[in-house]
Ligand binder design. Structure first.
Ligand code: PMP
Length: 356
């Protein structure tokens, strides 16, 4: 098979070592003679996987004791609903509108209370992270740490005092160090930096779980996941197992400090190329550029189509921008090797020369 570099935004590239290990273990998990796909979620083998995935997440992110780590299905999109359903109780919450994903979260919050727009970059087509103005009576403030479509990323997080900060970190969790204690709740779909689609990680402060709304359906109440260690019903076993393998890969590759340095280096190489080659231009304001989803345009839509097609023929896959915005997007998550970014840059240089 010829070498391919995977720039898809999600589901996205996974470490080769992880896929290889999963393949090796697929028929016989840990010598039990059965596949991880066919053993009970109540078996001691699976419970160990579940516990280890949680323990590794806690250790990599330095999750404080007073937080619960939960695995929930329904994607990050279900979290857009579960957050206000559990916490809003008809009240007010601040939402920062940074683009397509934030907007979806805001729309769901309207079903359970009153979201106030605490900052918005709509005026410039969501190409920057706006300043945040907190309302003193907000139940919480919701941010999107990285907008996967717009290619913008919060480089730092505000101090929100007594107002719990809730963050959708779907597309940049585990890409850098974060101070979990600054947040009331963090959620992220697995399918970018954590594993395959099918499981969503939720890290939530216990006092917020204690205060969730009454009368919620069992499966939509955070308490259910805390009280049953995410095993109230049958979980997505194989997805959690792969998350565990990815966490092991992170540990053996230097943890989040090393990931952060590597991600900074990769992003710099790619943005330098975009800035130095006249055929390309970045779409995000320089200060807010995402280190995970690098969005750029060529000088015409026709050239963009040609670029994407020829890139694919050269083994560089997944470069079209999101269908709602067009252009190009290179997603360079943790598992993308430096070599992949360098190969893309060489291709960009060659394409420019050939299409002057
Ligand atoms: N938030 C962000 C930042 C995302 O990138 C995505 C998916 N790409 C979602 C939420 C929605 O995730 P899901 O498809 O898992 O519901």
């Amino acid at each position: 098979m010829s070498k391919k570099y995977n720039f898809y935004a999600g589901p996205a590239i996974l470490p080769h070592e992880v896929i290889k290990k999963a393949q090796e273990e697929l028929l016989d998990f840990n010598g039990c003679g059965l596949s991880i796909m066919e053993i009970s979620h109540r078996s001691k083998e699976f419970e160990k996987v579940n516990d280890e995935a949680e323990a590794k997440i806690r250790s990599l992110l330095k999750v404080p004791e007073n937080y619960s780590v939960m695995f929930i299905q329904g994607g990050a999109s279900l979290q857009f609903s579960m957050v206000p359903m559990n916490l809003l109780k008809g009240g007010k919450a601040d939402y920062v509108n940074t683009g397509a994903w934030a907007k979806k979260a805001i729309d769901e919050a309207k079903l359970y209370g009153t979201p106030t727009i605490a900052g918005s970059s709509k005026d410039k087509n969501f190409n920057y992270v706006p300043p945040i103005t907190l309302s003193p009576d907000a139940t919480y403030v919701h941010v999107t740490s990285n907008e996967t479509i717009g290619g913008i990323q919060m480089q730092s997080f505000p101090d929100t005092g007594n107002i719990p900060m809730i963050a959708d970190m779907s597309s940049d969790i585990f890409s850098r160090r974060i101070d979990v204690s600054k947040f009331g709740l963090i959620y992220a779909g697995a399918q970018k930096n954590m594993g395959p689609a099918g499981v969503t990680l939720v890290i939530m402060r216990n006092d917020l779980i204690d205060g969730t709304a009454d009368g919620l359906p069992t499966m939509l109440n955070y308490k259910t996941y805390r009280e049953h260690k995410s095993l109230y019903n049958t979980p997505p076993c194989i997805a959690i197992y792969i998350v565990k393998l990815v966490m092991e890969w992170l540990e053996s590759n230097g943890g989040l400090e090393a990931m952060e340095a590597k991600n900074n280096e990769k992003a710099k190489i790619l943005y330098d190329a975009i800035d130095n080659l006249p055929m390309y231009s970045g779409t995000a304001e320089v200060k807010d550029r995402s280190k995970m989803n690098v969005t750029f345009r060529l000088t015409s839509e026709e050239l963009e189509k040609k670029f994407i097609k020829e890139a694919e023929a050269n083994g560089l896959v997944g470069l079209p921008g999101h269908r709602s915005v067009g252009g190009c997007r290179a997603s360079i998550y943790n598992a993308m090797p430096l070599e992949g970014v360098k190969t893309l840059v060489q291709f960009m240089e060659k394409f420019q020369k050939e299409n002057k």
